[in-house]
Design a protein around this ligand. Structure first.
Ligand code: B1M
Length: 210
């Protein structure tokens, strides 16, 4: 099997050791960095996302694949940056103020990375001001907001309103998600999109920047 095919399969299997080994092998062979990303990691994570949506795999398997992909990205990322390879887009993602849940948000961040985005993870309990500062600082074109509590869901609206007040709303596409959030709520508060899970969040982000 060719190196990139093995790399792709290793991401799907969630075999971290093999992902690292074959990422290094591809780099050592002088393979194009973009090709490693586009023909190894991205199609691997795309298949993982599809399997998750079809209920063929569940959150733990998806986390294992995402962790394996991330180990490879750790090697590839500095080289991509150094070579000035253009990514699909840049995303700032975080869990809103008052909310400490981050498992789903981390999964979304990893799927976005697997889809070719540069991801700035703002962490949990992030204020509207902090999101605004990060968007100005990173010039990201997508903002991802996660909320897991009915009490913090309203903070998503506060972030969007703050962006409007600061004249930043047109600078970014805002995508939202988390268990209590719905497509109706997202539309009501003026988000650009909602997705129910990590795989569709990556597809949505791609559509919004495409
Ligand atoms: Co909390 N918690 N929790 N908790 N917790 C819930 C959410 C709850 C439903 C449990 C329950 O009562 N049945 C409930 C919320 C009720 C409500 O408001 N409707 C609850 C509560 C009440 C609380 C506390 C208030 C409990 C207390 O202290 N009295 C407290 C609040 C702390 C705080 O945040 N301020 C609390 C604390 C915690 C722990 C710290 C113990 C822990 C979090 C650990 C961590 O995240 N590091 C925790 C956990 C683990 C849960 C449950 C059990 C699991 C959440 C999870 O990780 N799911 C949860 C009950 C449940 O869901 N069964 C519960 C797995 C994860 C992969 O799914 O996060 O939904 P999820 O993410 C999905 C999608 O939602 C979507 O994609 C992900 C992957 O497919 N998605 C996005 C998420 N973000 C997205 C963003 C997007 C797009 C899609 O675009 C940007």
């Amino acid at each position: 099997m060719a190196v990139l095919e093995i790399l792709k399969e290793s991401v799907i299997e969630g075999n971290e050791k093999k992902v690292v080994e074959y990422t290094e092998k591809a780099i050592d062979e002088g393979m194009d960095l973009e090709k490693i990303l586009n023909e190894g990691f991205i199609p691997g994570m795309e298949i993982v996302g599809k399997k998750f949506q079809a209920n063929e795999i569940y959150v733990p398997e998806m986390l294992i694949s995402a962790k394996a992909m991330k180990a490879g990205m750790k090697i590839l990322e500095p080289l991509l940056t150094k070579a000035g390879v253009k990514r699909v887009g840049k995303v700032v993602i975080g869990t809103v103020k008052g909310d400490l849940h981050d498992i789903g948000k981390n999964l979304v961040a990893m799927m976005l990375e697997g889809a070719g985005f540069e991801v700035v993870d703002a962490g949990v309990d992030v204020s509207a001001q902090k999101f605004a500062d990060l968007i100005k600082e990173t010039k990201a074109n997508i903002l991802g907001l996660s909320a897991l509590l009915t009490t913090t869901m309203t903070e998503i609206k506060n972030v969007i309103d703050t962006f409007k007040e600061k004249g930043l709303r047109d600078e970014v596409k805002i995508i939202v998600g988390g268990a209590p959030v719905s497509a109706e709520y997202a539309a009501e508060i003026g988000a650009d999109g909602y997705s129910p899970d990590a795989a569709s969040a990556a597809a949505l982000a791609k559509k919004l920047v495409g």
